[in-house]
Design a protein around this ligand. Structure first.
Ligand SMILES: O=P(O)(O)OC[C@H]1O[C@](O)(CO)[C@@H](O)[C@@H]1O
Length: 324
C-alpha cells in the first residue's frame, strides 16, 4: 500500500468520528529531524489539522491530551529498535490510533506495533524521493489533501519528481568545497550550524548527529531568526559557522544572519539552496524540499571531515555500547 492509499484508508476509518484532527510525528535524533518538514508543512498549510512533533520519550511521558480517536501517529526509527520510539508506537496501538511506522528495517520491533509499515530508501545511490523525509512529508500532504484539500498538491508531486536529480547535482557541485572545508575545520572543537523554516531539521541533525555524535565536535543548531537574540554575541573571526540559505518564505531570515556574519565572522560556510539548484521547484512548495537538499549535501562534507580528522563516522563511545 502506498502512502496515498494508507491515508485514504485512515480517512475512511475516521469518517464516523469526525475525521483526522491531529497528526503526531514521534521519533528520536536523526529520525526526529527528518520529521521537521512534515511538521512545518501542516503548521503552515492546514487550517483544521493540528500537528505535533515529539521526541519519543517526551511523547511517552507527556502524551498530549488530544491524542485519541481523531489522531494519526507517525513514528520513525531507522533500525526500528530505539526503545522509546517502539514504546511510543505501542502507546498508539493500545489507544487504537492508527500507527504508521517509517523504517529501513521492516523486520524490527517497531513493526509489531504498527498498522502500516513504510520502508524508505537509504544508502549509496538511494532515490532521494523515497527517503524518510519525503515519505513523512507525503503523510502530511495526503492527510491535508484528502481532508481539507491542498491547492498545490500537483506542484508538490512535481517537486518530488525533481528532487533526486537536484540533490545529486548539488552533491557534485559541493565536492571541492567540502574537501577545503574539511582541511580548514579539522582541528576545530566547535562548529555551529544555522538555518530556518522547513529545512531547520537538517541543521539540527548536522549538529547533533554528525558534529556531536559522529565527530565529537561541540555544536548547536542556531535558528537564523533567533541568532540576533543571544547567539550572535559569540561571533568573531575564529568561530566557524555553517549556514543554510533556504529557498522559500524564510530566506530573508537566513540572509539577514548571513549579512551579519559577513561583517563580523570570517569562517562561514554558506550552503545556498538557490546556488544548489532548488529553485527549479515551484515557489509554492519549494520550502518543503530544503531539508532533502541540505541533509544530502552535508554527507559530502561529513565524509571529507571524517577522513581529514581520521575519525570515522561510525565511531561511538557510549551509543549502543553502555546503558542509557
Ligand atoms: O530510531 P533510529 O532512527 O534508529 O535512531 C537511532 C539513532 O540514530 C541516530 O538518529 C543517528 O545515529 C541517533 O540520533 C539515534 O539515537
Amino acid at each position: 500500500m502506498d502512502i496515498k492509499q494508507i491515508i485514504g484508508e485512515i480517512v475512511a476509518g475516521k469518517q464516523e468520528v469526525g475525521g483526522i484532527k491531529q497528526v503526531y510525528y514521534v521519533a528520536c535524533g536523526g529520525s526526529y529531524g527528518a520529521f521537521y518538514p512534515a511538521k512545518t508543512f501542516l503548521e503552515k498549510e492546514a487550517k483544521d489539522i493540528k500537528v505535533g512533533l515529539y521526541n519519543s520519550n517526551e511523547f511517552v511521558h507527556n502524551t498530549p491530551k488530544a491524542f485519541g480517536e481523531n489522531s494519526v501517529l507517525v513514528v520513525a526509527s531507522h533500525k526500528g529498535n530505539t526503545p522509546e520510539t517502539v514504546k511510543a508506537a505501542e502507546i498508539g496501538k493500545k489507544a487504537g490510533v492508527p500507527v504508521i511506522a517509517l523504517t529501513w528495517l521492516t523486520d524490527s520491533p517497531i513493526t509489531e506495533h504498527a498498522d502500516y509499515v513504510v520502508k524508505y530508501t537509504f544508502g549509496e545511490g538511494k532515490d532521494i524521493a523515497g527517503e524518510k523525509t519525503i515519505k513523512a512529508l507525503l503523510t502530511a500532504v495526503e492527510a491535508l489533501n484528502q481532508t481539507e484539500g491542498y491547492e498545490h498538491y500537483n506542484q508538490f508531486l512535481d517537486g518530488v519528481a525533481k528532487i533526486d536529480h537536484i540533490v545529486k547535482n548539488a552533491c557534485k557541485h559541493v565536492a571541492k568545497r567540502a574537501l577545503a572545508f574539511a582541511k580548514n575545520h579539522k582541528d576545530d572543537n566547535v562548529i555551529y550550524t544555522m538555518a530556518s523554516g522547513a529545512g531547520y531539521g537538517a541543521a539540527y541533525m548536522e549538529s547533533i548527529c554528525i558534529f556531536m555524535e559522529m565527530q565529537w565536535i561541540n555544536s548547536s543548531s542556531i535558528h537564523s531568526g533567533e541568532f540576533f537574540h543571544g547567539p550572535f554575541e559569540i561571533t568573531d573571526a575564529e568561530i566557524p559557522f555553517v549556514i543554510q540559505i533556504s529557498e522559500g518564505s524564510t530566506r530573508p531570515l537566513d540572509e539577514r544572519a548571513l549579512n551579519f556574519l559577513n561583517r563580523y565572522a570570517k569562517r562561514v560556510e554558506v550552503l545556498d539552496a538557490k546556488d544548489l539548484g532548488l529553485s527549479t521547484i515551484d515557489s509554492s512548495v519549494v520550502d518543503y524540499f530544503n531539508h532533502s537538499l541540505f541533509n544530502n549535501v552535508y554527507p559530502v562534507y561529513n565524509q571529507a571531515l571524517a577522513v581529514e580528522r581520521e575519525h570515522p563516522l561510525t565511531t561511538r563511545r557510549y551509543m549502543w555500547k553502555v546503558e542509557y
